[in-house]
Design a protein around this ligand. Structure first.
Ligand code: FES
Length: 64
């Protein structure tokens, strides 16, 4: 699913950026150039990032 239409960035691109080490909206934005045109994607991107980071944290807590 496309999240950022201006830059052609999908939810999977965002998840891949997090898997590559991004931990915040700012870091994902810097890695992908996300939200740097009209900015309309920012709320949805933030929600995806928050959800993905929370899921990773939960998996790590279970594994610990
Ligand atoms: S939709 Fe992402 S910058 Fe426009």
């Amino acid at each position: 699913m496309y999240v950022c239409l201006c830059r052609g960035i999908t939810d999977q691109d965002i998840k891949d950026a997090i898997a590559d080490g991004a931990e915040s909206y700012r870091e994902v934005r810097d890695m992908l150039d996300l939200g740097t045109c009209c900015g309309r994607c920012a709320p949805e991107a933030r929600a995806i990032i928050s959800d993905e980071v929370s899921q990773i944290a939960a998996r790590l807590a279970i594994a610990a």
